[in-house]
Each structure stands twice: as structure tokens, then as C-alpha cells.
Design a protein around this ligand. Sequence first.
Ligand SMILES: *Cc1c(COP(=O)(O)O)cnc(C)c1O
Length: 395
Amino acid sequence: MIYADNAATTKMSSAAINSMIDCIKNDWGNPSSLYSFGQRAKEILSSARKNIAECINADPDEIYFTSGGSESDNQAILSAAKIGAKKNKRHIISTTFEHHAVLHTLEKLKKEGFEIELLEVHENGIVLPEQVKNSIREDTCLVTIMFANNEIGTIQPIEEIGKICREKKIIFHTDAVQAAGHLPIDIKAQNIDMLSISAHKFHGPKGIGVLYARKGVALSNLIEGGAQEKGKRAGTENLPAIVAMATALKSACENMKVNSEKVSALRDKLIEGLEKIPHCELNGDRENRLPGNVNFCFEGIEGESLLLLLDDKGICASSGSACTSGSLDPSHVLLAIGRPHEVAHGSLRLSIDETNTPEEIFCIVKSVAEVVDYLRNMSPLWKDKVCGKREFVLR
Ligand SMILES: *Cc1c(COP(=O)(O)O)cnc(C)c1O
């Protein structure tokens, strides 16, 4: 099997698995218990919190453990909205190509009377700081813009956007789920007030994540109960997962430079190989993208058919977003960067990591080329294009 769907989830690293098992076996006490076995669990919890804080240049006090990226996004946005509402500020700025964990939370707020302004993304999949600057109003209470897009991998000018928000004293949240462990994050230098992280996107376990909230940004609870996480997120801590997440993040950050160089070289090979297929185009900026992200549109193809045939060849890839599979709508991200419906349907996301080999990249290119050719030859629409009865959309 060739796994090329790391943006959907990653394989847990051996180190993360080992630390998780060790915790399950030996340190299964409740961090809230007063006897020393519980206190030992509490110390392990603090140490994991400290390690994670260091990876993003935050204070351990500013790290809240959640069940993952979706929960962190929900809590961050709803908290900022509540702070805003108290001051009668109900204008929120975001973008059209956020993850659904952000977009659906914003839709909920819209029904509660908030005004949601979604900035258009440029064709290259990037929003400009000026767009944010020009949209800020007296009653803006939150700017939430993702660090890197999960479908097309484009990296946003987070530091500049953060600077603008800081100057205007507006809360800035970023969904950094695709960035954490893959791109340098420094919440101080990048002027970030709130940030979401999910462990399973950097070789940690599923169902665990982090919400970073700067001191002074008051969180409101999604879950009421005990006093865990300074009373902001109740429930006995998932210590084995937290420990494994800390192991995975630390390792990802320590090896970031080496991995990123290796993975982006493979990515560029993959892009160069796929570009040779006629009538296709890379989605998202070529330079400003995650080291492991490749996303193409192939004209005259259904993404789903492409995926299934690649699966037959043992290749795991993605088309659009896994969350929307089952619906017939094309990816909202590809529509956001201006791809017409017809072309957006023929998309393929390959997200690779440091364990992929040059041989695998070669095999992916060859397989995609074969499958695209096969599918096009079956399509009456494609035949019309080839004999000039219809226009090609992509060169
Ligand atoms: C995966 C992902 C999420 C959701 O994270 P979960 O931990 O699966 O809830 C949110 N945002 C982005 C950008 C993602 O890639």
C-alpha cells in the first residue's frame, strides 16, 4: 500500500505508540486524585503540557487539552463570539475556504445574530493581509483564518494578519491543524491569540488536540463538569493520548527542518510528474504550500472514480474533503479559488510525508496517468472535447 493521505490522518509514530502504551500500563491514575499515584499522573500531565507549550512558544497555562481540532475550533470561535457579544460586537471575519469545523460554527453564530464576513480567497489559495485590514470594523470581535489549508495546502500570511488584529485589539484565531508539526509556529512572533491543533495530523493519536488561548482571552465552556483544564474543559484527562501527542509534536518539531526539506523535494517531483498529464492544473500556490501537499484538477474526470481506481492499485489518496464524501457537491475550497464545478469535480489530493519514497512517487505518477487516461477514454464528453465539439477548460 502507498499511503498518500496524510492530510486526512497520519500513522502514529512508534515513539508515540510506545509512550501511549506505557502510560496506559503504568500511569493510569487520575491526575485529580490526591494520593501519590494520582499525583504522578498529574506530573506527567504537566510535563506534556509544558512540552507542547514549548513547541509553539506559549506558556503551559495557555494550553487546553480538547478532543481534537474540531472541538478546539468550536470552543475558540464561540468563546470569542461571547466576549464580543458582551461588548455589542457581532462582526466576525473569516474566509470562504476554512475547514467545516470553522464554517459550520460560524453558520451557527449567524443564526444567533452575528454578522459573518467571509473573505474571498485569491486564485492561488491565499488571502491577503490587506483584505483583512479593509474588512475590520468597529464591531469586529474575531478574525479566524486558517494557518494552512487542508485541501490545497496553501499557507496564509498569519504573522501579518495577526499584527493587524493585534493593532486593532481584535481576537485572532487560527486553525493550525495542518500546520502544527509541519511549519514553524510561534504564537508570540505571529501575534496569535487562539490556535487549534490536532494530534492525528502529526503522527499522534486521534481524538486529542489542543486549544491555545492567550492569557486574558476568556474561554467559555463547551463541556461543563469538573475543574479540569482550569475549569474550561471538564472531563478526566485522556492522559495516554495527551502523552502521545506531546511525544509526537516534540519529535515533529525537532525534525521539522529535515523532514520538510525531504518531503518538499518529493512533493516537487510529484508535481512535476503529474503536470505532464495533459489538461490538468495544480490547485493552490506552487511555492507557498505545505511540504507534503499536492492537489490537482484533471479535466474530464470524476474524482471519486479516480480514487477508486487508484485504490485498486493500492494507492490511498483523497478527492475534495473526506467530510463531504457522500454529497455530490464539489469541494468548497476548489470553488473558493474559482475552479468551475466541472473541473472541481475532477480533483485529487495527494498528501505525503517523510516515510514516502522516491519509488512510491514514481509509482503514483505512473498510476495516476494511466487511470486518468482510462477514465477519459470512457467519457463521451471527453471525446467531444478531443474532436473539437466542446472547448477544453484547462490547457
Ligand atoms: C483535520 C482538520 C480538522 C479537524 O480535526 P479533528 O481532530 O479531526 O477534529 C480541523 N481543521 C483542519 C484544517 C483539519 O485539517
